[in-house]
Design a protein around this ligand. Structure first.
Ligand SMILES: Cc1cc2nc3c(=O)[nH]c(=O)nc-3n(C[C@H](O)[C@H](O)[C@H](O)COP(=O)(O)OP(=O)(O)OC[C@H]3O[C@@H](n4cnc5c(N)ncnc54)[C@H](O)[C@@H]3O)c2cc1C
Length: 533
């Protein structure tokens, strides 16, 4: 066997999976068809949950150091150009301000880490260098996956190398992180279902060194243009690069559009123009046998709300510990089977959330009229009406904290089926809960540290507020599977108040398996369920 896990595709999802598998001691080969990461614009915002995940992996600070400056606000504007008074200005805190808000928050309603703007072309090389630094990860660029077959014990993949030669690689598992047109998915005969080709836009990348400092209407990250072309300008992480998206007829038009939006003399280079399509699609299945799929290979959203790569990082982190547990012999057969059950429902939820957000954008754009810049009462009326609608509708793209933090693995067979009615979830609001399947809310301890940071990479039983419960039998049950299990005593009162129970069983990805004030009647059954047996 050449490796334990063969990963196809070194986008952000494949790279994150490789890093987390490597960190867990799993041997993997990561194949990427490109010769090297490319300087092409795509995503630019890691959401709060992704940054919590990167904190656990130990790379959050590296990402922040490479990303958007911490003091620059993340505001969103709706404009007619960069020099006219904005029609709407939605302020959002800079990372530094968000950190202060998080530091002051004691009720579990905020994430441990704020979002971070970092361009995909900065993030990918950074993740690549982290992956390359892990001994058990073998990163191979200029290697194209061609095909695969599987049997009960392994997967065989045909791979083409740069010199045109093909070779065969064998692995215990294969994960297709090969993007929207995933060959791995197509080879499995798995279809994407939903709405394809909703809109085709052009995207251009510009370098303009002094523009950001000269924007007179205020600093931010997105400038949506109220025009007939669906245009929006995005500030990239360096603040010297910008992308403009627009529905126009030719690549050359992207220069005219940039100059119209900037509306002041500016020295710039247009570095790239390409086309992309908006889709809302979900794969019918997330894998087959020993082959799994993650990221854009299984869900394609309209990037407006930033749920593309961020959903994929969630897939990677759900799959990673389950693969490690299975390969290391302490995870039962139900662990890998739970991947599709847990993550496909989140894929569906995020496709819906993205639809909701993009409908909001369409709603305010429908209020556009050609007289929007006229200095007439009718022009003023158009501006006011568009701003009034956008003040509600644009927020749907920018404020999806419930989608980011409030997702829960309902109906998973490795989550304890608590009796009663689960609290409702909403994509726009986050209400902290420890209902089984939810992400453990972030809580500060009395010593100023974050409870999340005390939780290790195996199963953890949290014992709160000095409970005297004897939990030895649960530890022995996990030990019978050789599963990593730790009891963490936290005497502080605040987590007990927020979490609502004395005992919580957590999985390696910080999702709650079970909660209660005493162990269930059959703790052995709880360990077996959590561990996929
Ligand atoms: C304009 C735009 C803005 C966006 N903004 C955001 C945002 O702010 N936040 C967000 O979360 N998402 C955003 N997204 C979405 C985000 O870019 C994608 O969701 C993300 O890139 C998906 O990552 P991935 O690793 O699954 O796939 P990809 O990034 O597509 O990576 C797949 C990799 O697989 C490789 N590959 C494919 N086939 C093979 C093969 N046969 N052999 C070997 N390698 C192969 C490809 O070369 C590629 O490197 C945006 C997208 C666009 C278009």
């Amino acid at each position: 066997m050449d490796t334990q896990v063969l990963i196809v595709g070194a986008g952000p999802v494949g790279l994150t999976l490789a890093i987390d598998l490597g960190r867990r001691g799993v041997r993997c080969i990561l194949l990427e068809q490109k010769d090297a990461p490319q300087f092409l614009p795509k995503m630019e915002r890691c959401n709060a949950r992704t940054m919590e995940i990167y904190r656990r992996i130990g790379i959050a600070q590296k990402i922040r150091d490479a990303g958007f400056p911490r003091d620059v606000p993340m505001d969103v504007f709706i404009v007619t150009s960069l020099t006219e008074p904005p029609l709407l200005h939605l302020p959002y805190p800079s990372v530094a301000q968000a950190r202060n808000q998080i530091a002051a928050c004691q009720d579990g309603t905020m994430p441990l880490e704020p979002y971070q703007l970092i361009s995909q072309y900065t993030l990918e090389p950074l993740l690549k260098s982290v992956a390359e630094g892990i001994a058990s990860v073998d990163v191979r660029y200029a290697c194209e996956f061609i095909s695969c077959t599987q049997d009960g014990g392994s997967v065989r993949a045909r791979v083409k190398t740069k010199d045109g030669a093909t070779c065969e690689l064998t692995a215990q598992y294969l994960v297709g992180c090969d993007g929207g047109s995933s060959l791995v998915r197509r080879q499995l005969g798995i279809k994407l279902t939903g709405e394809a080709n909703l809109l085709q836009l052009r995207q251009a990348l510009y370098r303009c060194d002094d523009l950001f400092d000269r924007i007179p209407i205020g600093k931010g990250r997105h400038y949506h243009v109220a025009d007939a072309h669906n245009s929006f300008l995005i500030v990239q992480d360096s603040t010297r690069h910008f992308t403009l998206h627009s529905v126009v007829d030719s690549d050359d038009d992207m220069k005219t559009m940039f100059e119209q939006v900037v509306a002041m003399p500016a020295q710039y280079d247009m570095l790239y123009v390409g086309q992309w399509k908006q889709n809302l699609l979900l794969a019918d299945s997330y894998g087959q046998g020993r082959v799994f799929l993650a990221g854009d290979a299984v869900h394609l959203v309209i990037p407006t709300g930033g749920l593309g790569m961020n959903s994929g990082v969630g897939d990677a982190i759900d799959l990673s510990w389950k693969l490690a547990a299975t390969l290391q012999g302490w995870g039962g057969p139900g662990l890998l089977a739970s991947y599709e059950i847990e993550r496909r429902q989140i894929g569906a939820r995020n496709v819906d959330a993205s639809r909701h957000a993009s409908r909001g954008r369409r709603a305010w754009r429908a209020a556009y009229k050609p007289n929007i810049r006229d200095h007439t009462p009718e022009g003023a009326e158009t501006r006011a009406e568009l701003a009034r609608i956008a003040d509600v509708e644009q927020r749907k793209s920018n404020e999806m904290i419930g989608a980011e933090l409030g997702y829960r693995y309902a109906g998973s067979h490795i989550i304890w089926p608590e009796q009663g009615e689960a609290p409702a979830t909403d994509i726009m609001t986050y209400v902290p809960t420890t209902w089984p399947g939810a992400r453990l809310p972030h809580v500060w301890l009395d010593d100023g540290s974050a409870l999340h940071d005390h939780i290790g990479d195996g199963y953890t039983l949290l014992r709160l507020a000095a409970t005297q419960s004897d939990t030895g039998v649960l530890g022995r049950a996990f030990a019978s599977y050789d599963a990593p299990f730790t009891v963490l005593d936290i005497p502080d009162q605040r987590p007990r108040d927020i979490y609502g129970y004395d005992l919580l069983l957590l999985r390696p990805d910080l999702h709650v398996v079970w909660r209660g004030n005493h162990l269930p009647d059959d703790p052995v059954k709880l360990a077996a369920l959590a561990n996929g047996h």
